[in-house]
Design a protein around this ligand. Sequence first.
Ligand SMILES: Cc1ncc(COP(=O)(O)O)c(C=O)c1O
Length: 399
Amino acid sequence: MGAAMFDNLTALPPDAIIAMMQQAKLDTRAHKIDLGVGVYKDGSGAVPIMRAVKTAEDIILGEEMSKSYVGTTGRVEFRRLMLDMILGDQFDAPRIASSQAAGGSGALRLGAELIKSAAPDATVWVSDPTWANHIPLIGSAGLLMDKYPYYNRDTLGVEFDAMLEHLDRHAKPGDVVLLHGCCHNPTGADFSEDQWDRLVPFLVERKLTPFVDLAYFGLGRGLGEDAYGLRLVFERAPEALVAASCSKNFGLYKERVGLIAVLCRDEATARIAQTQFGAIQRKLISMPPDHGAQVVERILGSGELKRIWLDELTEMRGRMRNLRVLLSEALDVQGGAHIARAVADQNGMFSTLPVSPAQAEALRNDHAIYITNSGRINIAGANASNIPNLASALLDVLS
Ligand SMILES: Cc1ncc(COP(=O)(O)O)c(C=O)c1O
């Protein structure tokens, strides 16, 4: 008898961040700080369910009469409310096709598949560095991918001119440029409004299609500020995509809820793209999961629940901003002015610090501070009382 089919499989290494999360969990040192996995934590280290979400779930539990399929592109009202929220009231709805998706990841994949159907030879350009999962999620749709310079590990800021120069020289008309709408993962370094003002006309002129990944809307500087780049893209570019996640800003991680939307040159094309989204979802997972989308629809569709959610979101954003200020002050006092400035300027959960893999390992082993080998920290993993310890440990390994 020949070998069994699955004998051909090779074992894959565990995901580095998940492995580190396990290691942190097993660490018995009371002063440990887990700055690894990208979920929002409150001051007690819990990943809370938002009050608005619980209330919406209670209502749904009482009212829901059927678990029948929702259709391949999901709820019409969820999509409308999400587009209203992220794009404001200035967008050209008839030129937009959209679909409910299995999280921001599902949205990115639907977008990548749509690009593959429309322009199979397009290259998708991603920032260096970018969220590690962008590459398999988009690349496995069969698209070519390449990197543009983004984060300068010396200045700890965006290398904007180098980015434009690189795209100018190497990207071809019809290529796609993936941009983080706000709270860049893994660096926290975002474009300024001035930079968005220069970037969008550049992309339009070079016939490069912007694809905005909006995974942290509301967790950076504020709703309007976090949507600045996306709204400019949808106002000025003839064609564009956005993949929005509700994992972080609604705390709905495991429910898998997100939205993909594409802006087309005209209404007829948008109607065609809408049929494509349905067919693509059908071949991948048939129908999107619905519970999370139902919750989001309830919240955004109710004045009272939306107000509660916005208050909670403001509190989450404020907590992370406050931690950034505290860490920045502690680093500054202890002689780390350069990093201090970057931590305060950056947005959202993440910063990428100038820490080598060996220094990250020393932080884990000697200080019980869990940060990835790339130097990325999730600031929400800290709290006001352990920030001084975090600052001194960082400066210790860097010295
Ligand atoms: C930049 C970025 N995009 C998209 C996602 C997708 O998130 P999800 O699929 O959990 O909604 C994440 C999650 O970490 C992310 O960091």
